[in-house]
Design a protein around this ligand. Structure first.
Ligand code: NAD
Ligand code: NAG
Ligand code: NAG
Length: 353
């Protein structure tokens, strides 16, 4: 009787020590994995910029959390990342209160916001909330984890600019009472919230004033010049130009922007900085013609160009001065407009095959 009880005790002791050793091993293993690697949160991860940013950060050995509520973004942009180790998709609204479970968080890229005029005309409330309440919520998150926060601002903070090209010290010419204000003014407010957080709480903030960016994974229906023209061609429609086609834009390819954002995050510069491509300024008619050519090279018969009425408050001209980024980040765009367009056109053709 006595011997049998002892025997049972030994087994329990053995089993529980095994369990204990296993548990200790596991926590150690977890600590080893997480403690020496940076953890980053990218909001707006399913969008154009967010998805390319996540991809590049994974290549650079970060553990990446991608947050998105899939409003203007597309799940196909990040579906394939989900199968990779070290990527975690967080499906939520950036403006919701969040009892986050991070044990470590080093960097936050706050990119979540409707970004094309078509998207923010349709959702002005969602737009100003993402850039104001969403930014406030990311400031709080950064504060809880002593993380560095990069806010995606926009060249739209310059409004319809009265100086060319725009440097960061230009305060802008924004109409607060018009259809674009929900975007322009909330980007300005987002910058202000970052400034306040830095002054009051010492939050480490970075502000990127992003100019027109394009590339694969743009939403085909976002209504922006490039996706519009390419989709017009692919669908066999005319290429529709708003206005007379003489407004100029400068266009940056997505990989150049991602490189600039990562450099900015790593830098010591907390004041706003322009990221754009001043070398590739074209009027809209020229853009239509280049796209027409590239489509024709790919067997999409010559599409015709047509004109419709211009949008309200659409700036006539905008071009970044990037001296500050060149000096402080040693950054400048390297991808030509046509090379970027080829990749983008091939992406859309593949999608609609
Ligand atoms: N692409 C450009 O030319 C450009 C220019 C200037 C600034 N920006 C800024 O860069 C950021 C990214 O732009 P993009 O071109 O990738 O746009 P996008 O629309 O492709 O991506 C934005 C993403 O944010 C998500 N999102 C929007 N509101 C959200 C919310 N409340 N909660 C969670 N997710 C939300 C959308 O679903 C989408 O996936 C935006 O902040 C935009 O304002 C972009
Ligand atoms: C997602 O984001 C958009 C734009 O910021 C917002 O209007 C919408 O309410 C959000 N939807 C959900 C379901 O969270
Ligand atoms: C940022 O500042 C720190 C301390 O002042 C310095 O060690 C570091 O090299 C700087 N980083 C860059 C990218 O300039």
């Amino acid at each position: 009787m006595l011997a049998r009880i002892r025997h049972k005790h030994y087994i329990i002791l053995l089993v529980s020590s095994c369990v204990l050793i296993y548990l200790i091993y596991n926590t150690l293993k977890y600590d080893i994995v997480t403690s020496d690697r940076s953890v980053v949160l990218v909001t707006g991860a399913a969008g154009l910029v967010g998805s390319h940013l996540c991809e590049e950060l994974l290549k650079r050995n970060y553990i990446v959390y991608g947050l998105d509520n899939l409003s203007t973004g597309q799940i196909r942009n990040i579906n394939w990342l989900n199968s990779l180790r070290d990527f975690y998709f967080v499906n939520r609204d950036v403006t919701d209160k969040w009892e986050d479970g991070f044990t470590r968080l080093d960097e936050i890229y706050h990119m979540a916001s409707p970004a094309s005029p078509k998207a923010y005309f349709k959702d002005p409330i969602g737009t100003y909330r993402a850039n104001t309440i969403g930014t406030e919520s990311m400031i709080e998150l950064a504060g809880r984890h002593s993380a560095r926060l990069l806010f995606a601002s926009s060249s739209e903070v310059y409004g319809d600019p009265l100086t060319h090209p725009q440097t960061e010290i230009y305060w802008g010419n924004v109409n607060p009472y018009g259809p674009r204000a929900c975007y322009d003014e909330s980007k300005r407010m987002g910058e202000t919230l970052c400034f306040i957080a830095q002054q009051l709480y010492g939050t480490e903030i970075r502000i990127a004033r992003i100019f027109n960016t394009f590339g694969p994974r743009m939403h085909p229906e976002d209504g922006r010049v490039i996706s519009n023209f390419i989709m017009n061609g692919i669908k066999g429609d005319d290429i529709f130009i708003y206005g007379d086609g003489m407004k100029t834009r400068s266009f940056m390819y997505i990989s150049d922007l991602v490189d600039g954002l990562i450099r900015l995050m790593a830098s010591n510069n907390s004041s706003p900085i322009n990221l754009g491509n001043p070398y590739e300024e074209h009027n809209v008619l020229k853009v239509a013609k280049i796209i027409q050519e590239l489509l024709a090279e790919r067997g999409i018969a010559r599409t015709r160009i047509n004109y419709i009425q211009a949008l309200q408050d659409d700036p006539t001209k905008r071009k970044p001065d990037i001296s500050k980024a060149e000096e402080l980040l040693d950054w400048r765009p390297t991808v030509s407009f046509e090379d970027g367009l080829r990749k983008t056109i091939d992406y859309f053709i593949e999608l609609y095959k």
